[in-house]
Design a protein around this ligand. Structure first.
Ligand code: ADP
Ligand code: MG
Length: 312
């Protein structure tokens, strides 16, 4: 069975932890342990998020001053190396007899995607209203606010193709565990004179992982994060976890657009085409695949099955 395992940005960095090399290493080691448990039984391709890392590198680039800040496509590429390198080392440690390779991955997006007209994905730090206004003028950045906190927002267009797909397939055919499509991949569009060029956007890693899983003909899309599954009535005393659902039934439930929403949509899209998709906690990876934990979305389910959450 081929399983595409997507590691959430939150699975790689616990909330409120500083993003330094030591914390990143500790979290990646945890993630590698979970991926290794799956890889001992199945073929795996690993993808990952990069939200906190993009924010940090964008800030570092700005702090350098004097020169224009690095464009987002270049920063996305940097995060694929930054995370891929550590993940590769930890996976090799967890799976001593397995070859692991990281592929810098570009994904094609549509330059006319409606997302370019309405940026929604927050990146980087929180700014004051005055700083946000100044940066919006100076750099042409878009901002959105939550109370007095302003954050830069960038477009998050849907990916339509994985540029390095043939390379990923060739490595897989050779039995190599591939880490790719990090941070949703580097967003590119056809360049006027031929070839490709990067754009100022961040692709959602859940959508990119679903696209990759479909292109690879994967059996399972496993979206690992920091919650035990998709909750209904989350935060209320009656909250429950969706254990199993068919794609149309889970799509009919409300989930927030910036977090659980894209996971549910990516899972439903993959399941509609006949695959099995699952969402759940990093440490539950093997149990989720057995249907004993997490949220499984499959066309063979009938309606929505709810279970009480674990209280831990
Ligand atoms: P990742 O980096 O794994 O993509 P996200 O923050 O994008 O993480 O999505 C996971 C988060 O979604 C959880 O940490 C949780 O706080 C949030 N969330 C919002 N609504 C729900 C819901 N209905 N069920 C489960 N999690 C939810
Ligand atoms: Mg997310």
């Amino acid at each position: 069975m081929l399983v595409v395992v997507a590691l959430g940005g939150n699975a790689l960095l616990r909330r409120h932890e500083p993003l330094d090399a030591a914390h990143q290493r500790a979290n990646v080691e945890r993630a590698a342990t979970s991926v290794a448990a799956v890889a001992r039984a199945h073929d795996v391709v690993v993808t990952h998020g990069n939200g906190p890392q993009v924010g940090l590198l964008a800030l570092q680039s700005e702090a350098a001053g004097g020169s224009a800040p690095m464009p987002l496509d270049v920063i996305s590429a940097e995060t694929e190396g930054m995370i891929g390198y550590v993940l590769e080392q930890e996976l090799r440690r967890a799976l001593p007899d397995t070859e692991v390779a990281t592929v810098l991955t570009q994904v094609v997006v549509d330059p006319d995607d409606a997302a370019f007209a309405s940026p929604t994905k927050p990146i980087g730090p929180v700014y004051s209203a005055a700083d946000a206004t100044r940066l919006a003028r100076a750099r042409g950045w878009a901002f959105s606010n939550d109370g007095d906190d302003w954050r830069r927002v960038v477009p998050s267009p849907r990916p339509s193709a994985v540029v390095e797909l043939a390379a990923i397939e060739a490595l897989r055919a050779a039995g190599i565990v591939v880490i790719c499509a990090g941070g949703g991949g580097i967003p590119v569009v056809p360049a006027p004179g031929g070839g490709l060029q990067g754009v100022e956007a961040v692709v959602d890693k859940d959508h990119a992982s679903a696209l990759l899983a479909r292109c690879l003909g994967a059996d399972v899309l496993l979206l690992l994060t920091d919650v035990e599954g998709a909750f209904v009535d989350r935060g209320s005393s009656s909250e429950q976890v969706v254990r199993r659902a068919d794609p149309a039934s889970i799509r009919a439930l409300p989930f927030p657009p910036g977090s659980m929403g894209p996971k549910v949509e990516a899972a439903a899209a993959f399941a509609t085409r006949g695959g099995i998709a699952a969402i759940g906690a990093l440490e539950d990876a093997a149990r989720i695949l057995r249907g004993e934990a997490g949220t499984t979305v499959t066309a063979t389910a009938d309606g929505v099955t709810l279970v009480p959450p674990r209280r831990n």
